[in-house]
Every structure is written in C-alpha cells, then in structure tokens.
Design a binder for this molecule. Sequence first.
Ligand SMILES: [Zn+2]
Ligand SMILES: [Zn+2]
Length: 132
Amino acid sequence: MEIRNCPRCRKVFRYITSPVCPDCEKEEEMLFETVVDYVRENPDSNLAAVSLATGVSAKKLLRYVREGRLEISKGMYGEVRCEKCGVPIKKGRYCDSCVISVNRQVEEVFCADGKKYDGVRMHVMDRIKRAR
Ligand SMILES: [Zn+2]
Ligand SMILES: [Zn+2]
C-alpha cells in the first residue's frame, strides 16, 4: 500500500489509481459536470468565458477536450485544433482524416500477421466512430 500527498489539497491519502485524494476526485468530478452543463446551456461561450464562469482553467478545459470527455461548443470552435494538421476539431487530439491515417499506420503494422487483422480493424473502426 502506497501513501501519497494529494497534489491538490496536500492531504495524505492511500494511492490506488487516482493521482488525487478521494475528496478531490469527487470535487473534480463535480467540476467537470458543472463544465458540461454550462457548455450545454451556453453553446456560444468560448473557452475563456467557460473558464471564467466555471472557475476551471482553460488549460484543464482543453485537457477534457483532448481526453475526449468534453465536446466543444459552437463558441469554442477553432480554439481546439488537430495536433497533426491544425484544422479545428470538436474533441480528441486529431481530426477525422488524421485519426484515419494514424490508425492506418497501426493497421499496416498488424496486417503482416493475417490473424490479427480483423480484430484490429474492428478496433480501429470503433475508434474512428468514437472520435466523431
Ligand atoms: Zn486532495
Ligand atoms: Zn488533422
């Protein structure tokens, strides 16, 4: 068992998987829900406005988007860009066509072994679908 100091509130807690203590984890979850609700109700707000209204830093908002947890609204369009080609995206790290080309590289590696091919392909299709 591992004891850590919570980087958020400095409390000592027993580390399992979360990098912060259970109290902070709950708070983070509530914050995230606040953001989701706010964005849903105020689709014209940009990142800065959402950050101001919810108290969540723009950096953290971007992280939610990159992790695919938060889909950007109309107001944020253009503020999140594909890490590969720079076109505006709605969530995740890459645009649809870059997701496909990144996945194609993965697919080609696995194609050498015919047996793995179908499974990987399904997985790739699933990822592309989810990225939309
Ligand atoms: Zn904490
Ligand atoms: Zn791209």
